[in-house]
Design a protein around this ligand. Structure first.
Ligand code: HAM
Length: 419
């Protein structure tokens, strides 16, 4: 039986790869515009990092992690997200000793053993950014604007920004108690999942997709009613800054996010275009996380975007994947005597930095021309018996169809002029 990729893990190739490159380069540019520096962490981390950082009661840690013992007997986990690893690295390398603010971005594969479907994979990829060291709403807004600018530049618009505030950690704790009391009174009408979550992670019941849970959630105590002054002030300031920036948003009081480390602002970019996997990206403030990992009191806020979902949204809005712009040069050799001249011309053009390709199957001229068309090159350079004798080539502009005979020594100059 032939071997296939593991369920929920995809190969990325062909025209889709161009979209990945475009997404990667846009995110790199946006992160640079916001003065964020790239940070790379290992794919494997110690399992405790996520148990402590993401929370034992969350879906991610409870049932989705790729965890195994390595050959030395240590429990290791393939990262399901990047925030805990980044915080681990900041603490490990004392990065905040050198600067009160760290602005970091990252991109790469994440692993969650979730039920695969469109937009949900077991290996997926995220871009993200973390703004570490500031407790102020300006940091929240910087992160939301960075995420928003990425979506804007990528060319998607069918999304909305949902925001909410979980208040200070104190508020969240008091609210949690009240919520558990309320849910206990309605326990028999809750879905099985929510009954299970009710004590371990009661806030998640609020964003359940089950109709029965939604009806009960609608009558649940409101987090906002538990806010102290610090919680209200912070949330108001974030909303004012969003208004000032002209970024539309809706306040969703049921948005709680699935990870334990959040307080104050949480947000998600959601879309109706992708069925049930409606979150393209999300994040929030996570002031408790440094302390949860033994790093003292360090406020921070961040987000991650799912790259696969970003690409699916682009496709839903624009149709199939973007076609490539004509690019590069195809060298067509006519006859056996052309083989060496073709190699020499290619060498020169490649050294001059051009994208150059030729046939390596010794095919007919007609087949080479077909191949050049398929390769969507900007130019073909044709060389046969008479061109070899006169040290010339026939250069064809594949966009305009214009054709001219030029000296071989002129190719770089002519091609550069037009490219
Ligand atoms: P998250 O909401 O778990 O947050 O994931 C962020 C994004 O990753 C989601 O909105 C979605 O686009 C994508 N994603 C998650 N799971 C899958 C999957 N199975 N298949 C495809 N895409 C997926 C975090 O990971 C936090 N670390 C975000 C953050 C950064 N908070 C603060 N800083």
């Amino acid at each position: 039986m032939s071997i296939t990729a593991i369920r929920g893990m995809r190969d990325i190739y062909g025209p889709e790869m161009r979209q990945w490159h475009r997404a990667e380069s846009i995110f790199r540019d946006v992160a640079d515009a916001f003065a964020y520096e790239e940070f790379r962490t290992p794919i494997l981390e110690s399992t405790d990092l996520f148990k402590r950082g993401v929370g034992e009661e969350t879906d991610i840690v409870g049932k989705e992690m790729y965890t195994f013992d390595d050959r030395g007997g240590d429990s290791v986990t393939m990262r399901p997200e990047m925030t805990a690893p980044i915080v681990r690295a900041c603490i490990e390398h004392s990065l905040l000793h050198h600067s009160p603010t760290l602005r970091l971005w990252y991109g790469g594969p994440q692993f969650r053993y979730d039920r695969p479907q469109k937009g949900r994979y077991r290996q997926f990829h995220q871009f993200g950014a973390e703004c570490i060291g500031s407790p102020h709403p300006e940091a929240d807004i910087e992160i939301i604007l960075l995420a928003h600018e990425t979506l804007r530049r990528f060319g998607v618009s069918k999304f909305q920004l949902e925001i909410n505030s979980l208040g200070t950690s104190d508020v969240r704790l008091r609210y949690r108690q009240a919520l558990v009391e309320f849910l206990t009174a309605h326990e028999s009408a809750l879905s099985e999942d929510s009954r299970r979550r009710m004590h371990a992670n009661p806030l998640r019941v609020l964003d359940s997709k089950e109709e029965s849970d939604r009806r009960i959630a609608a009558g649940a105590p409101r987090l906002e009613d538990f806010f102290d002054e610090a919680s209200s002030d912070h949330f108001r300031a974030v909303r004012t800054l969003l208004d000032v920036a002209g970024i539309p948003y809706v306040v969703n009081p049921h948005l709680v996010r699935g990870l334990d480390y959040y307080n104050h602002t949480v947000f998600e970019f959601t879309t109706d275009a992708l069925g049930s996997q409606n979150a393209i990206g999300g994040g929030g403030r996570y002031d408790p996380l440094f302390a949860m990992l033994g790093g003292g009191e360090v406020p921070a806020v961040g987000f991650s975007i799912g790259i696969e979902r970003l690409l699916l949204l682009w496709e839903a809005e624009h149709g199939q994947m973007a076609t490539a712009e004509p690019h590069g040069i195809y060298i067509i050799g006519i006859g056996d005597d052309a083989r060496i001249p073709v190699q020499l011309i290619m060498l020169r053009l490649r050294r001059a930095g051009h994208h150059v390709v030729s046939d390596i199957q010794r095919r007919s001229v007609k087949a080479q021309m077909k191949d050049a068309n398929r390769a969507a090159v900007a130019y073909t350079v044709m060389i046969g018996e008479s061109e070899i004798k006169t040290s010339t080539v026939v250069l064809k502009n594949m966009v305009t169809g214009e054709q001219q005979t030029i000296a071989q020594s002129e190719i770089e100059r002519v091609v550069s002029q037009h490219e």
